[in-house]
Design a protein around this ligand. Structure first.
Ligand code: HEC
Ligand code: HEC
Length: 205
C-alpha cells in the first residue's frame, strides 16, 4: 500500500519535472541585472558563486535554473514564506529568469562528511529508503548523484543544516509549496534518519 503511494507520487513528480514549465510564460533572462543584484544583495548570504556564506543559507551554485526561478516566484507570491520574501518581492520575471541562469552556471565544491559512519546510514537511506517504515528512496526523484532535474532540486553538496531545516519544515507544513510530495516523505523520517541524510547529501559531489 505504502509502496503504491510512493510509486504514484514518484510518477507525478517525475511527470511534472518533464513537462514544460506551466504558469507565467518565460521571459528573456536579464543576466546583466541579475549579476548586479547578486553582487549587491544575494551574495551577502548565498555567496558570489552560490557557495553560501553560512550553514543556514542554501547553496544555489549548480542548482537548476528552473527550480530557482520557481522558488523565487513562490517567495514573491507568498506560496513559500520566510526571510526570502522581502528579497523576492520586487523582482521582475526577466531578473528572476536571469538569477536562475546565473546560479545554475556556478560550481561549488562538496563538503567532506564530518561523521563518515553517520554518512553511511544516510547513504543507505538515500539509495534504498527505509522499507520498514515506508520512507522512499530519495534517488528515485532526486537522482542517484543528487543531481535533480529542472523541477526537482539538486541536493548534492547542499548545506546540512539547511537540509535538516527544510525536511522539518516540510514535515510540519511550514514549507507550504511542496505539493504534498515532500510532506509525505519527511513525515516518515526520524530525527536520526534526518541527520544521517543531511550528513550524506551535503558530501555528495
Ligand atoms: C539575508 C540573507 C539572504 C539574502 C540577502 C538572500 N537570501 Fe535567499 N535565502 C536565504 C535563506 C535564509 C533561505 C532559506 C529560506 C527558507 O528556508 O525559508 C534562502 C533561500 C533562497 C532560495 C531557495 C533555495 C532552495 O534551495 O530552495 C533561493 C532561490 C534564494 N534564496 C535566492 C536568493 C536571491 C536570488 C537573492 C538576491 C536577490 C537572495 N536569495 C538573497 C537568505 C538570503
Ligand atoms: C516522489 C518524489 C520525491 C521523493 C521520493 C523525494 N523527494 Fe525531495 N523533493 C521532491 C520535490 C518535487 C521537491 C520540490 C518541492 C517544491 O517544488 O517546492 C523536493 C524538495 C526537496 C528538498 C528541498 C530542497 C531545497 O533546495 O530546498 C529536500 C531537502 C528534499 N526534497 C529531500 C529529500 C530526501 C532527503 C528524500 C528521501 C528521504 C526525498 N527528498 C525524496 C520530490 C521528491
Amino acid at each position: 500500500m505504502r509502496t503504491a503511494i510512493v510509486r504514484a507520487l514518484r510518477i507525478v513528480a517525475v511527470a511534472t519535472a518533464l513537462l514544460p514549465a506551466a504558469g507565467p510564460l518565460h521571459a528573456a533572462p536579464d543576466l546583466e541585472r541579475a549579476t548586479q543584484l547578486v553582487e549587491k544583495r544575494c551574495s551577502v548570504c548565498h555567496g558570489m558563486q552560490g557557495e553560501s556564506s553560512g550553514e543556514f543559507f542554501p547553496r544555489l551554485g549548480g542548482q537548476h535554473a528552473e527550480y530557482i526561478a520557481k522558488q523565487l516566484r513562490d517567495f514573491k507570491e507568498g506560496r513559500r514564506k520566510g526571510e526570502m520574501t522581502r528579497f523576492a518581492r520586487n523582482l521582475s520575471e526577466e531578473v528572476i529568469e536571469g538569477l536562475g541562469l546565473y546560479f545554475s552556471r556556478q560550481k561549488v565544491a562538496p563538503h567532506p562528511p564530518a561523521e563518515p559512519e553517520l554518512g553511511a546510514v544516510g547513504r543507505y537511506l538515500y539509495h534504498n529508503g527505509n522499507r520498514f517504515s515506508g520512507v522512499p528512496a530519495c534517488k528515485d526523484c532526486h537522482g542517484a548523484s543528487g543531481e535533480g532535474a529542472p523541477r526537482l532540486p539538486r541536493l548534492a553538496g547542499q548545506r546540512s543544516l539547511y537540509l535538516e531545516r527544510q525536511l522539518k519544515d516540510f514535515n510540519q507544513r511550514e514549507r507550504t509549496n511542496d505539493n504534498d510530495i515532500m510532506h509525505a516523505v519527511a513525515s516518515k523520517l526520524t530525527e536520526f534518519e534526518l541527520k544521517a541524510l543531511a550528513e550524506y547529501i551535503s558530501g555528495m559531489q
